[in-house]
Design a protein around this ligand. Structure first.
Ligand SMILES: [Zn+2]
Ligand SMILES: [Zn+2]
Length: 130
């Protein structure tokens, strides 16, 4: 790949905004990516702003995955607790239900963790070369 502005020079990377090849003279290094000098610095900054905002949203969503399991566990405990006062067989039905809730709460909890654990951001930027 060669610089978009200087076809004789090899590109060191691509602009994060317009994906054109850039040589050291044409690129502005913004730490988190390259931008066309005097042209796309602002839009690349905005792109990175959006990405970091999304990362924050993901972190918040990660927290909320605990609410479901916690609620299920609470329901499970309530139903299981009602078993303490069970005198008739029919009163054991909520207990069965409660153990179901409890198991389900653990399943969703560990599912949620596995899901978020595997969602690492993949890096695939300006590694293309001729
Ligand atoms: Zn650009
Ligand atoms: Zn150039």
């Amino acid at each position: 790949m060669h610089c978009f502005n200087h076809p004789d020079k090899p590109a060191i990377g691509i602009c994060k905004s317009c994906s054109k090849g850039l040589c050291p003279d044409c690129a502005t290094d913004l730490d988190y990516g390259l931008a066309c000098k005097n042209k796309h610095e602002e839009s690349v900054k905005n792109i990175n702003l959006i990405i970091s905002k999304n990362a924050r949203i993901f972190r918040t969503a990660r927290k909320s995955t605990l609410i479901g399991p916690a609620f299920l566990l609470f329901m499970g405990m309530v139903f299981l607790g009602s078993g303490l006062f069970a005198t008739e067989w029919i009163q054991w039905i909520p207990v069965l239900l409660g153990s179901g809730f409890t198991v389900f709460s653990f399943v969703t909890f560990f599912n949620g963790r596995a899901m978020w654990g595997s969602k690492k951001p993949k890096k695939h930027h300006h590694e293309r070369d001729e």
